[in-house]
Design a protein around this ligand. Sequence first.
Ligand SMILES: Nc1nc2c(ncn2[C@@H]2O[C@H](COP(=O)(O)OP(=O)(O)OP(=O)(O)O)[C@@H](O)[C@H]2O)c(=O)[nH]1
Ligand SMILES: [Mg+2]
Length: 468
Amino acid sequence: MNDELNQHLTDSDIQHLSFIKAFQSLLNESIEPESKEIRDTKLACEALKFQIRDILERINALDVLNDNISVISICEHDVDLPLRRYIEQCKKPWLKDKLTIALMGHLKTGKTSAMNCYFGEDFPTSTEEATALATYLYYSNNPNQTASLVDKEGGVQKINSEQLQLFSLEKSFNFPFARMFSYIAKGSKHPALSDMTFIDTPGLFSSNSEHAYTTYKVLDYCDVIFWFVDCRKSISEKEITFIKEQIGNKPVYIIFSFVDARGTTESGTHKAQEVIKQKLTEAGIAIQGYLQFGRKNSAQERFKKEFGETIESLGKDHQAVNPIHEVISLLLALQELVLSMQQDATKMMNEQKNNLEEIGNNIKGATRSVQSAFSSVGDRFSNMIDTLDNRCANVTFCTGGAYNTLRSNVSQLASSLQSIAEAWDNVDYSIIAQYGTLSANIERLDDIIKRLDAINSDINNILNKFKS
Ligand SMILES: Nc1nc2c(ncn2[C@@H]2O[C@H](COP(=O)(O)OP(=O)(O)OP(=O)(O)O)[C@@H](O)[C@H]2O)c(=O)[nH]1
Ligand SMILES: [Mg+2]
């Protein structure tokens, strides 16, 4: 029966089946779930992101930020990115305090071959698309040469060298590994890894965008890029755009591969490299250095020497990135801004309070004249009533002294009414309006100061959490 079936199977069918069998048995092995500590860290970072975003929104709502400052871009670059990097460092401790170097470039440009060549590894390479997952090589004692396969849920499975060979797109008939797994990581005692970690990435511009996606993800967490260019094929516009737009200001080195491939001559590859360099210069891309990689022994020895020297000098200049320090610096900068805004608002409020007092005194002065004019009218009337009661009550005609007194009372009354009119005239209504505006402004400033106070105390709470 088996023989009969075998007659109908092509070599490719048999390879396909043996891949499935091996892969299935790999999937049946045990897997260690993501640790609680990492899950808690993720939750804490999410909460922190939310708190800092809220602080930024509240500062922005005070309408005192420069129009060019965007809360969204601060959140993205100064909060989300470092916190994502921090989570990555918790998940992958070998990224912490290490210079992280990524090998990137178009498909089949020799990235994995170069990593294997320098570090003496045996990651799968192929004439077809090979690397399916970002592959980290980091410093660790690894006598059994095992690797960690990490799935999308953060679960970790140990795989041996033979199982590692399954993770080749060509040998797996383009199995969609990137849908199930996040990355592979392998430890090595190579001395160059003591202060740096390397990432081999899936080739870009593959027909399967999911594989290239893992390369995009790696970009955020690496410090230096070695970009591979098959010098027989030059560099495409797509690659130039990618380097310009995605890599930003991270240092980029170019590794020209296939420098000694069949059909090439030394002068031919030299010319091709000059053309590529020219293209990069014209695109305004600064390249830190150019290296060469080939298949022959001499080319590989030269590569090892050049690559070794380059990474050694990179290691010397490197300052370890601490993403939490970046977040703390942002919070301290925000706190400084809040305190200076609060100082300005307090100063302005005190000035306005002084103004208000001065204007208030003016208004009180003007109304006091009106008041005294009114009370003098009242006095005149009382005088008249007194005169009428005491001196005119029992007389038929009002004569002599009583008449004169009444007359003078009436004329004083007229002049008091006149002073009321003048006092009203002296009241400046625009000053009253100014008084109202100033009072409203003082209230607004008082509200801003209180809000800044609350923001500052929230910033302090977060900073204190970092201290403890
Ligand atoms: N002649 C020659 N062959 C090379 C060179 N670099 C790589 N190769 C071969 O080219 C093929 C692709 O090499 P890989 O190292 O798998 O290339 P890669 O860039 O990692 O490929 P992906 O992971 O698919 O993006 C393999 O068959 C290598 O043996 C080189 O400099 N010269
Ligand atoms: Mg590869």
